[in-house]
Design a protein around this ligand. Sequence first.
Ligand code: NDP
Ligand code: A1CAB
Length: 283
Amino acid sequence: MTSPDLNPDRAPVLAFIGGGNMARSLIAGLRAQGHRAQALRVADPSAAATAALAKDFGVTIARDNAEAVTGADLVLLAVKPQVMADVCTGLAPYLPTGIPVVSIAAGIRSGQIDAWLGGQRAVIRAMPNTPALLQAGATGLFGNRLCTDRQRALAQHLMDAVGVTVWIDDEDLMDAVTAVSGSGPAYVFRLIEAMQAAAVAQGLPADSARTLVLHTVFGAARMALETGEDATTLRQRVTSPGGTTAAAMAAFDDSGFNAGVEQAIDAATRRGAELSRPADSNP
Ligand SMILES: NC(=O)C1=CN([C@@H]2O[C@H](COP(=O)(O)OP(=O)(O)OC[C@H]3O[C@@H](n4cnc5c(N)ncnc54)[C@H](OP(=O)(O)O)[C@@H]3O)[C@@H](O)[C@H]2O)C=CC1
Ligand SMILES: O=C(O)[C@@H]1CCC=N1
């Protein structure tokens, strides 16, 4: 990947179309990484949402989507899949063809965005996740054939600021990326909720349960990342023969834990594909 060749005196101007949950996570991460507030613009129909972003991060608020993209170096589409067609067709007359467009929408294909924007567009799909808020995100990236190395590098530069990035060659696999790491924080939060509830059911005070569960999840993730050992080895090391963990693993097996995870990721992957079909994309 070549360097984006950014001018150090002028941070690239990023225009966010949509200022909701994910845009907020990305903006927070970029600001924490030192990206200049003046080089971040946001357009969103909610005055309350944009006012909060201006107050919290100092970003520039655009009057509308057209104003946001005027003079921008990169446009980041952070609206729901269901409104993406209208947003893109509305933007098309205001967007020079050389400006890369990054979409973080689940499901929507680069070819759809290209067509809605009038064609011949460099479109990059990025699938980040909410830990971007703490620069601990994980993002899958795919670029269409019109993207130059420099445009890819600029998109990667943007997402590297908020966590790790992985390029995906086959766009169809972006639905799996969405199901694994885009939606993934929710699975971990659900595990945390279930472990806390089970701990309280066993008689532990709620605050003690919270501390023990959160640090267990954090410590286990750190071990998996930092020791370089695979999860199976790390799990086996916790599992003494005939001990407590073995009893828990047997209960997981009986309850179909692995099948449940597989079904959840399969359902999310299929939903991503459905979201690209107009008839299925309504909430
Ligand atoms: N949340 C997540 O964890 C992740 C989300 N994504 C993707 O990010 C995208 C945004 O999701 P999320 O941030 O959660 O959703 P939000 O609903 O929080 O944010 C979307 C924002 O876009 C605004 N909006 C609606 N119409 C327009 C318009 N015409 N022009 C400009 N802005 C508009 C919405 O305003 P209003 O509410 O007033 O309609 C809202 O503030 C989705 O496509 C999703 O698939 C990707 C990865 C992770
Ligand atoms: O639930 C969703 O559709 C979005 C995409 C990935 C995470 N949230």
